[in-house]
Design a protein around this ligand. Structure first.
Ligand code: SF4
Length: 678
């Protein structure tokens, strides 16, 4: 197998003795040859099957010549926006332009267009009218059906139609992409490749679609929100590779977009084979002069242990992309990669993470999932752990112990999110003990997301009692170990279901905890999540009964930017900049009882003078104050104006970025980043 980087220019292609590549891969990201980058996995996988691939990364979308670098590929173009949806990459939840892009040279923003997949495909079509185009990655995968697009605030058609591509490879792609390549190589026309699991195709012949469910037509979902939610409920119920039916959606009654069932999960051997591909574990040297690719440094010494997640949180697109069935690499495979890290001159002895969408999931939720798939009408962890759930941390524990024992490894961190309800369900506390003893460095980030059960139920998250119980266990364990460590909770504002009352309840909880979140995640309605469906329709698709759209429950949704700002401000009520919003919210809700001086008040009656009277601990980012905020929720001060009584202010940089990185993929997800979204 050839070593070195894949060709990134005509000259490099020629140097590798290739005149016409089998595939040209057009990506919105810069080229990083590492297994955390979807482009690298797909290209290396094709290479391992004997296909040549050349890359065009971040082409100038205003110039058709930019996709002509290699001429016409023998079999087709592969197109992806990169590891993230281009709109999430470019815009904050407030729809403001971001200033940095971790997937571009030097972190510079603006190297790819908005709606990158559509733009790249249209660019290719200007020159290559009939060459097969296969799209994949998170942007294509989660926009495979008609979908609500938050940025333009409208329902868009399937990306297959707007892009002019021939086929979508949705999900992770390791099964479907080689099958597509083999079909094309054997001479099958792209329009006849309609049978591969994990793909979406289009046809005008409804008769040819067999054993399928017809979703509401595009025109219906575009004009009727209840039909939209109903369609989404059907899609969500057909994400399991063992049970899902074929789905299709009609446009004008004569064009049909057909989704084949998802591809089967990878076996451990198949996972190992993917991670054993000859990645260079570096960005292409041509980026060196621009300062490299920032995203690499985040994951270079992190190890992917698993894929898939049976947590199934409503605001996460993972079920739609990787599915609920957990797939894991073998210990041998992970240890081999760790040893590669050890040989890297930049390695300082710290493994930054060993995880995936959920750190400690190393096996499917139950044995049934292996042959029959995940239950359609039941969740594995919500509202309570399923009685059939196999709760077992022994394999993950054993893996962590082996990694810790490697000569040259000083510390193994676990930074992927983990499910505290799953951890609590394990009566054996060995994992918790070793997590606290060896894998946490002062702070443990967990994601209760909210404390109001009203909101948590709309998130598909465990109730606040479960979180509180975990906090007590965590504190008990740290006391036993004589360690001073605390929990940093991730919190989300304005999730569907969250009223102002819920936001105030959360503020009071934070007050009692003595914790000052520096950054709060405002709910971001990205494609492919149940929560986005709720946001758009005001209906909860998980409450569908008897296949009757009329049964879906209404959900309160804060859409007004001012109300969202108030909900958000309440979480950071100690920040003087939020004073006016917090006061308005409290007065509006008749909660003047929370305005005053003392421990039980949120804010004082009058706004503090600019720059005066705010304890450092309440400013955010100022570091620990003398009040200790920890898992037990020790009281650490309340309304500002009481100098020196402020709660602990903790920087949590991951929080701000977690939605940005939440849905990145190669077909493909950088699961460690996404995991923060729990
Ligand atoms: S039986 Fe329980 S654990 Fe197994 S798939 Fe169904 S809900 Fe999940």
């Amino acid at each position: 197998m050839p070593n070195g980087f894949l060709p990134l220019s005509r000259q490099e292609l020629t140097e590798q003795g290739i005149t016409q590549p089998d595939f040209v891969y057009v990506s919105g990201d810069a080229y990083v040859d590492h297994s955390s980058f979807g482009t690298a996995i797909i290209c290396r996988l094709l290479q391992s099957r004997g296909y040549s691939v050349a890359l065009i990364c971040q082409p100038d979308w205003r110039d058709p010549q930019s996709v002509q670098e290699y001429g016409e590929p023998r079999l087709g173009f592969l197109v992806s926006s990169g590891n993230m949806d281009s709109m999430v990459n470019h815009y904050t939840v407030a729809k403001k332009r971001r200033h940095q892009d971790a997937y571009s040279p030097g972190g510079v923003i603006g190297k790819r267009p908005d709606y990158a997949v559509i733009v790249y495909c249209n660019l290719i079509r200007q020159t290559y009218k009939h060459t097969p185009i296969i799209i994949g990655g998170i942007e294509a995968s989660l926009r495979r059906h008609s979908h609500y697009d938050y940025w333009s605030d409208r329902v868009r058609r399937s990306i297959l139609l707007d892009s002019g591509a021939d086929l979508i490879s949705y999900g992770m792609g390791e099964h479907s992409i080689p099958e597509i390549a083999d079909a094309l190589a054997s001479g099958i026309g792209i329009r006849d490749i309609t049978y591969i699991d994990g793909t979406v195709y289009k046809t005008r012949d409804e008769e040819s679609i067999y054993d399928a469910i017809r979703l509401p037509d595009f025109e219906q979902v575009r004009s009727d929100k209840r039909q939209y939610a109903y369609s989404f409920a059907i899609q969500h119920g057909n994400t399991d590779p063992f049970q899902a039916k074929r789905l299709y959606e009609a446009y004008d009654g004569k064009l049909f977009v057909v989704q084949n069932p998802p591809a089967k999960p990878l076996t451990t051997q198949e996972m190992d084979d993917v991670y054993a591909l000859p990645f260079m574990r570096a960005y292409h040297p041509s980026y060196e002069k621009d300062g490299g690719i920032p995203a690499l440094s985040e994951i270079k010494f992190s190890l992917t242990s698993n894929r898939g997640c049976f947590g199934d949180c409503n605001f996460c697109a993972l079920t739609f992309h990787e599915g609920r069935i957990v797939q894991a690499r073998s210990h041998a495979s992970i240890l081999a990669e760790a040893k590669t890290c050890l040989r890297d001159p930049d390695f300082k002895g710290y493994i930054h993470d060993v995880g995936g969408p959920t750190a400690e999931f190393r096996r499917p939720a139950c044995d049934k999932q292996l042959t029959k798939g995940a239950c359609k009408h039941r969740r594995c962890l919500y509202p309570k752990p399923c009685p059939n759930l196999k709760v077992d941390h022994s394999d993950y524990l054993s893996l962590l112990r082996k990694l810790r024992a490697l000569p040259g490894v000083k510390k193994v961190f676990v930074r992927s999110g983990f499910r505290f309800d799953y951890l609590l369900a394990d009566k054996d506390r060995t994992f918790l003990r070793e997590l606290c003893e060896y894998h946490v460095s002062g702070q443990l980030r967990v994601a209760p997301e909210h404390i109001s059960d009203n909101v948590l139920s709309r998130m598909g998250k465990p109730d606040v009692g479960t979180y509180n119980a975990f906090c007590r266990e965590f504190e008990k364990m740290n006391e036993k170990l004589h360690k001073n460590q605390y929990i940093v909770p991730y919190l989300m504002s304005s999730h569907p279901g969250s009223t102002m009352k819920d936001a105030i309840a959360l503020a009071e909880y934070i007050r009692d905890l003595g914790y000052m979140p520096e950054q709060v995640q405002d709910f971001y309605p990205t494609p492919g999540t149940i929560s986005t469906c709720m946001y758009y329709t005001g209906l909860d698709p998980t409450t569908l009964k008897n296949d009757d759209p009329a049964t879906m429950q209404k959900v309160y949704v804060a859409r007004d930017p001012h109300e969202k700002a108030m909900q958000r401000a309440l979480i950071q009520y100690r920040d003087p900049a939020n004073y006016a919003l917090v006061k308005e919210a409290l007065l509006r809700e008749g909660r003047a009882d929370l305005i005053g001086f003392g421990d039980k008040f949120l804010i004082p009656p009058r706004a503090p003078r600019a720059g005066a009277g705010v304890p450092s601990g309440n400013r955010g980012g100022a570091g620990p104050s003398k009040g200790k905020a920890d898992a037990a929720g020790r009281k650490a001060g309340s309304a500002y104006g009481k100098s020196g009584s402020g709660g602990k202010s903790v920087k949590s940089p991951g929080n701000k970025e977690r939605s940005r990185h939440s849905a990145s993929s190669h077909g493909g997800i950088d699961s460690r980043r996404r995991s923060r979204k729990k």
